[in-house]
Write a protein that binds this ligand. Structure first.
Ligand code: SF4
Length: 329
């Protein structure tokens, strides 16, 4: 019998706007998806499509001039209770953020404080959530964590400042800080983008290792379909602040339904064939102050119909677990 996946996070109609001098940027509009316990769920799309805003909004990490306008983020806790993370007060969400739900941000140089040793920074991440009683215990745990993220000679490295480490090692420390409190959900926002290609594969391996070790659920934010194919179980494709397709990696890669997903996949070079010209999706990403009416992809869509300019397509389930928002279906 097929096991019914248990949700750990249910996002419903999440909408975030940024109130700028130029106008209201509708960064994400009515974004809904489920994340299941123990899976790696990827949010994929071009730069500016709203995937990072979505990931940050999950724990209210939206700063002014941004505002979470509406929606729910239902978090299924270990004890079986469900809370809407958007309704929690700042001190309540702080108990969860960095603890039960932790982030790994894109740029390890910006994520670490240059003034403190990496050992201190890992110890501090645990200390603020009461996971260690003093700095001595924190440093001892930091050495174990550095070992688990495969940093050689952790007893020496724990005393290093960030500038003494390579980019890849810094990202390992950032992942160490992410897992320090044994999170249930790990949100990795473009974890390999700022790194050399040679180090990227090692960091992806490490993420998988951490997921197994800490039995965590991973939400991966990326523009890189190669990364998605390698480590994700399910994928949500975002375009201009909306989710346009959700499915398993197999469904999305073998049977993409949305014209945007099809275009994205055609734009990935195939190393097995000779490429005369790399395919690109014509046009540019729309301005989200004044997004296109109806389907936001319509100005670039090769299969646009008149209804597409008038009516916003809703996500529909086409086969079990495979959803698409497009008037073709
Ligand atoms: Fe293209 Fe219309 Fe589908 Fe949008 S709804 S992707 S414009 S066919």
């Amino acid at each position: 019998m097929r096991r019914v996946p248990e949700p750990i996070l249910q996002v419903r109609d999440l909408t975030v706007h940024f109130y700028t001098y130029a106008g209201i940027v509708k960064a994400i509009e009515k974004v809904s998806f489920d994340v299941y316990r123990g899976e790696t769920f990827a949010l994929v799309g071009e730069t500016g499509c709203g995937k990072s805003v979505t990931s940050r909004a999950l724990t209210q990490l939206i700063e002014s001039p941004g505002r979470i306008v509406s929606g729910q983020v239902l978090y299924h806790k270990e004890d079986g209770s469900v809370v809407d993370l958007l309704k929690l007060k700042e001190e309540e969400i702080r108990q969860i953020r960095g603890n039960e739900i932790a982030y790994i941000f894109q740029d390890p140089h910006a994520s670490l404080d240059p003034l403190y040793t990496v050992g201190y920074q890992i110890a501090e991440a645990m200390g603020v959530h009461g996971k260690v009683k003093d700095i001595k215990e924190g440093i001892k745990r930091a050495i174990e964590i550095l070992r688990s993220v495969l940093i050689p000679d952790p007893e020496r490295r724990v005393k290093n400042y960030p500038h003494e480490l390579s980019g890849g090692m810094k990202q390992r420390v950032v992942i160490g800080i992410g897992v320090a409190n044994n999170p249930r959900i790990l949100i990795a926002d473009e974890p390999t983008t700022a790194l050399d290609v040679t180090v990227q594969a090692q960091i992806l391996d490490l993420l998988e290792r951490m997921k197994e070790m800490y039995k965590a659920t991973v939400i991966l934010i990326t523009h890189n379909l190669g990364v998605v194919a390698e480590i994700a179980d399910r994928v949500a494709v975002m375009y201009a602040g909306k989710i346009v397709e959700i499915g398993s990696v197999d469904q999305i890669f073998k049977n993409p339904l949305h014209p945007y997903t099809q275009g994205l996949l055609r734009a990935v070079p195939n190393p097995m064939t000779k490429i005369e010209k790399l395919e690109a999706i014509p046009g540019t990403v729309p301005n989200l102050i004044n997004p296109p009416s109806g389907c936001r992809f319509h100005p670039r869509c090769p299969r646009v119909m008149s209804i597409c300019k008038e009516k916003v397509p809703e996500l529909k389930e086409m086969e079990p677990g495979h959803f698409v928002a497009c008037h073709l279906y």
